[in-house]
Structures are given as C-alpha cells and as structure tokens.
Design a binder for this molecule. Structure first.
Ligand code: ADP
Ligand code: MG
Length: 414
C-alpha cells in the first residue's frame, strides 16, 4: 500500500541514509511489503540487497536469506550490522550457532543469512518452525536452474524449505537470467508468473567491441595505449594469464598483475588489493576474478577468448564503468574458440547439455551479428531495445553486408 511505501521511504533514509529508491527497487518493495512472492531480475550493482534488508526491518518476523557464498554473506552481515540491522549468519565457519538460534527463537533477528546446503537440512527447518519467518529471500537465484549459467545442486534442495513454509512470501533475486531461466526459477521456487520484476539491463556508458584475434598481445597493448585507466583482461587458462601478463608488462611498462586460482591465496589477496587501490593497473585474470569486487573506475574489460555465455559476458563486462564514465568492453575471439568450447560439452552431464548448447549458440549469435551488439545483448535479457545504440563496433563502423547478402541470394536461388 502507499502507506507501506511511505514508511519504506522514511526507513530508507533513517537506516541506510539514502534519499530515494533506485530503478525498480520501489516496485520490488511494494510487492514484498504486500506479501507477494516476487522474482527480481536486476543488474549487478542495482541494489538488490536493499529489497530484502529493508523489509527485514519492517516485516513481522525474521527475513531468511539464502546466499551461495560464505564470503559474500559475511560482507553483507557486516554492512547490515553497520546499519543497525539485527543480522546473523549460519554457515560452516560460524561458531556462534547456539546464540544465533536463541536470538532467532526469541524473535530478535531481522535478518538470518544461511547457506543453501544448511537451509535444506531438517534441523534447520525445525528451527524455523520455532519462530516467525516473515520473508524468504533467495539471492543469486539463477543457481536454482539447470538452465542458469551457474547451477548449484544445493539450490534444488530449497524446495523442502519452501514447502515447509508455504505461506511465507518469497523473494528471488538474480542479475542474470534469460527468459528460459526466469521461467524455471519461477516454477522451482513457486512464484507466480506475474511476480516477475525486470529491471533495465542497459549499461549505456560501456562501448562493446567484438573482434577476431590476430595478435593478442599487440591488440591488448593497443587497447591499453588508448585506455590509461584500470583494466581487467580475462584469459581462458592459468598459463595464458601468466604469459599474457608478462607480455603486457614488457610491452607497455604499466603495472600488470596476474590473478588465478593457482596462485597462493596471499598473492591473490595482495594482487586484488593492489588493483582495487590503483588508478592505472591492469589485472590479467581467469574468471575466478571479480566476484564481489567493488571498483567503480575500471575503464576496460577485455576477453582474450570467448566467455562461457552471454550471461558470463554481461557479468564480466559489467565490471567496467560502474562510475558511469565511458568504458570499453573488448572481446577478442579466435576461430577455434567455439569448436573448443563445443568439444568441452562432451564432459557435461546429459541433462544439462541442451542448456549449455543453447548458451553457446546465443553467444555465437552475439559474436557473429552484423547488427547492434547492445540490441542483441538486451534482447537476450528480455528487453526491447532500439535497433541501434551508437556505442558499439557495429553501430560505429557498420560491417560490409555485401558478402552476407550475396550469400543469402545464392542460398535462396539454389
Ligand atoms: P546488487 O546485489 O544488486 O549487485 P547491492 O545490493 O550490493 O547490489 O548494492 C550495490 C550498492 O548500491 C551498495 O553499495 C548499496 O548500498 C547501494 N544502494 C542500494 N540502493 C541504493 C539507493 N536507493 N540509493 C543509493 N545507493 C543504493
Ligand atoms: Mg547482490
């Protein structure tokens, strides 16, 4: 109701110190406060956490949040507590389980973060029945779908928890879900189809370029020469990360550091911290790098090979230009990349194969399109964008279509 939203607005100011809601936050909050189950699809950085943290302080009962990464949960815990919200986590690394359970039973918790594998355990379900739950929030909800780009079997088990609390409203949150994945999330989590709230995905300040690789080190050196600010280069393997970071450091004289899972944990932390603090560093990394990193002034993200999917591409390139200033996303693909990726699909479990194939095909569509890249990206996420954005390679320098039409003519007349 309007009264709920008015109260939410004053709580927004009082608890978080923000003046207004951003984008679709208000639509999501209106539904949640009215007890309606909702799937919110909002880009990274759009402020999804607030859409459950705020209701957590307003609703009767505790808001239980399912979140896939312990590190992210603890970040959230810190910031919630800093805002004076009564929050706790139940994960394998927490030792204060008893205190947390007691506080929950006494109804003292606004927010309780729990890992998906805990959430599905009978003991946890029993605990939930001992006090009032006002909302169940499922963060990174694409993990529930085998169609999603990051399926986690633990998320499948959430069904038991939801079935045990049939009358508690649910809020599923994700940054990246295509139409198929969205439909799957809705049905898996028992959210009605009209409970979908979709935010704008456009990142107008990012200029998208997708080019074939010829001389990778030279192409990225050129990019670095035109973009003196911080940048991320994603490379497909640890070996390529190591090699490329050396080549780029030698060729440009700029600070360049590697990041991959094979490096010592302390080295990884140091390199990440150095990058976050730097105004001109380039980090060459595997996709292990980036989650949960908040660096607003990244000026370019380059892919030295194809990403795993359009969702992955959007997420990785989305780390550029968070400050709203012009930034670039440059993908350098090779003729063999798709063949290699298709070969790897032979290891994929049978029931996921169709989804993985469809994801690669969608990515190929983005790479091969002679039309606006942004339009292809946004349509993939269910939007209806203008035909031309004026800020991607194909809009800025339209590819010659004579070859394409000639081919089409031949095919049609054959
Ligand atoms: P997401 O989970 O969607 O990636 P977060 O919930 O982590 O995004 O929020 C991203 C940032 O935006 C946080 O620093 C948060 O405090 C800030 N934020 C969220 N809502 C608002 C708002 N209404 N006004 C200003 N800043 C906001
Ligand atoms: Mg989030």
């Amino acid at each position: 109701s309007p009264a709920d939203l008015a109260q939410a607005r004053s709580e927004l100011r009082r608890i978080f110190g923000f003046d207004s809601f951003r984008g679709v936050q208000e639509d999501v909050l209106a539904r949640v406060l009215a007890g309606q189950s909702t799937l919110a699809v909002m880009p990274t950085g759009a402020g999804k956490s607030l859409t459950y943290q705020l209701p957590a302080t307003m609703l009767e009962g505790t808001c239980v949040v399912i979140s896939p990464l312990i590190a992210l949960m603890h970040d959230q815990l810190r910031s919630a507590r800093a805002n004076g919200i009564a929050a706790a986590t139940l994960t394998s690394v927490d030792s204060d389980w008893r205190e947390t359970q007691d506080a929950f039973r006494r109804g003292e918790l606004d927010l309780l973060y729990v890992a998906p594998e805990r959430a599905s355990q009978a003991g946890f379900r029993d605990m939930l029945s001992s006090a009032r739950v006002g909302l169940i929030a499922v963060d990174e909800a694409h993990c529930v779908s085998e169609w999603g780009h990051d399926f986690r079997p633990d998320y499948r088990q959430l069904r038991g928890l939801l079935d045990a609390l049939p009358h508690v409203p649910r809020l599923a949150l994700t940054a990246t879900a295509d139409a198929h994945t969205r439909a799957d999330i809705l049905s898996q989590l028992g959210i009605p189809a009209d409970g979908l709230v979709l935010a704008g995905f456009d990142r107008p300040n990012i200029c998208y370029t997708i080019t074939q690789r010829d001389n990778l080190a030279r192409q990225i050196t050129d990019l670095m020469a035109s973009e003196p600010g911080p940048g991320i280069v994603y490379a497909p393997t640890r070996a390529k990360v190591e090699k490329l970071s050396e080549q780029l450091a030698d060729a440009t004289g700029r600070p360049v550091l590697p990041y991959h899972a094979g490096l010592d944990a302390q080295v990884r932390r140091d390199n990440q911290a150095a990058f976050v603090a730097s105004e001109d560093m380039v980090i060459v990394a595997t996709v292990a790098f980036g989650m949960g990193i908040d660096k607003p002034d990244v000026r370019f993200v380059a892919h030295a090979g194809i990403p795993k999917s359009i969702e992955g591409y959007y997420q990785e390139t989305g780390r550029a230009g968070r400050d709203g200033d012009p930034a670039r996303a440059v993908m350098l693909w090779g003729a063999g990349d798709f063949a290699t990726a298709r070969q790897r699909l032979s290891d994929v479990e049978q029931h996921r194969l169709a989804g993985e194939r469809a994801r690669l095909d969608a990515l190929a569509g983005l790479v091969e399109t002679p039309t606006c890249r942004r339009a292809v990206l946004l349509r993939h996420f269910g939007e209806n964008p203008p035909v031309s954005c004026g800020n991607c390679d194909n809009c800025l320098a339209p590819p010659k279509v004579t070859d394409v039409t000639e081919l089409a003519r031949k095919l049609l007349s054959a």
